[in-house]
Write a protein that binds this ligand. Structure first.
Ligand SMILES: Nc1ncnc2c1ncn2[C@@H]1O[C@H](COP(=O)(O)OP(=O)(O)OP(=O)(O)O)[C@@H](O)[C@H]1O
Ligand SMILES: [Mg+2]
Length: 335
């Protein structure tokens, strides 16, 4: 059971605990199971947990990402091939179904399979039978399938893009992982977990924790990339803070953020301001000043409060920038 301890599933929100409970229950059944959820929600970890909690735990856990291979390759990967079945097939090769015999087969990105492959998978589920590509012998296997997808399979089945009968068989039980934004209580435990791990990898003896500002930033973010994105952001934050012996206060959600990013945000800023025109009567001069202040603040932030870069960014000289900063009493932002 070492594998389980190596990769703990962190989370304490009620919805996540409920999922864990279902995982333990479904693990005991000798039936296919589907794990569904947005990108980065932990589908692969959950699939592994299902296998290692099941009676098959000491048998093989074989994985295959169905989106990573072209159709014909996917078929030979799954079902194997006989020698001479196609050019280059000099020897018989066992497919993943045979390798997973008595264990579990994790089929990731399952929605990306062709009609033909789906038909063969259905036959394995129904009768435990398959033929290798280029072979006539029927081979018996005993494999539990754990499928995963971030797509809406019932909708695909309705559109005729996924076999409804296969979906029916696969969906004996379905575990749907909630996105991270729906389980706020999990954010800090996960962040601490990844930070401690990263600190260890970097040879630090201690992780100093996150400052209150950093915690607020982490808690307020929507995490479209879910746990995977959180892991990356936290690891980057720990790495960036290397050498400061204090709580982490800087969180960078977008490593590509730069005023010099080609085609980046900086180019369309003036347009943003223009669409924000006031509808009612207003003081023209004061409004212009407000726009100037917001452009200045924005540029300073983007250039990390470096005045030389900010001046360059705004197409003005250093002295002109200093003049504006004094005029609007913004010098305290940098001095
Ligand atoms: N509850 C959790 N506790 C600890 N680590 C987690 C948890 N959930 C996800 N992770 C980590 O987040 C990353 C993404 O998880 P995983 O690969 O399982 O997601 P996924 O749903 O399969 O994503 P994708 O749809 O992109 O394939 C991995 O590094 C995984 O270890
Ligand atoms: Mg995955």
């Amino acid at each position: 059971m070492n594998r389980l301890q190596e990769q703990p599933l962190i989370g304490e929100s009620p919805v996540f605990l409920e999922v864990l409970e279902r995982v333990s229950r479904v693990a005991q059944l000798n039936r296919p199971v589907l794990v569904i959820g947005e990108r980065g929600t932990g589908k692969e970890l959950v699939a592994a947990r299902i296998h290692y909690l099941s009676p098959r735990w000491d048998r093989p856990f074989v994985k295959l990402n169905c989106a990573a291979l072209a159709e014909s390759l996917l078929e030979t990967e799954l079902f194997g091939h006989e020698a001479g079945s196609f050019t280059g097939a000099t020897r018989r090769r066992l497919g993943r179904f045979e390798l997973a015999n008595e264990g579990s087969l994790f089929l990731d990105e399952l929605s990306n399979t062709s009609e033909r492959v789906q038909e063969k998978v259905l036959r394995v589920i129904e009768y435990g039978e398959l033929e290798r590509v280029g072979g006539n012998d029927t081979i018996k296997t005993d494999v539990r399938i754990i499928g995963a997808t971030n797509e809406d399979l019932p909708a695909l089945a309705e559109q005729g893009k996924f076999r409804a009968d296969l979906l029916d068989r696969l969906a004996f039980d379905v575990i749907t992982l909630p996105p991270l934004r729906e389980r706020q209580e999990d954010i800090m435990p996960l962040a601490d977990h990844f930070a401690v791990k990263m600190s260890g990898e970097l040879g630090l003896e201690l992780f100093e924790g996150f400052s209150d500002v950093a915690k607020d930033l982490l808690m307020d973010y929507a995490w479209p990339g879910n746990v995977r994105e959180l892991k990356n952001v936290v690891e980057r934050a720990v790495y960036t803070a290397l050498g400061n012996d204090e709580a982490i206060s800087e969180i960078n959600f977008d490593p590509f953020e730069s005023p010099w990013r080609p085609g980046g945000k900086a180019d369309d800023r003036p347009a943003d301001v223009a669409t924000d025109l006031p509808r009612d009567a207003y003081d023209f001069k004061e409004h212009i000043q407000q726009i100037e202040i917001s452009l200045l603040k924005d540029a300073l932030e983007q250039c990390r409060f470096n005045q030389k870069k900010t001046a360059e960014f705004l197409g003005m000289t250093y002295h002109q920038l200093r003049g504006y900063l004094r005029k609007y009493e913004l010098t305290d932002q940098i001095d």
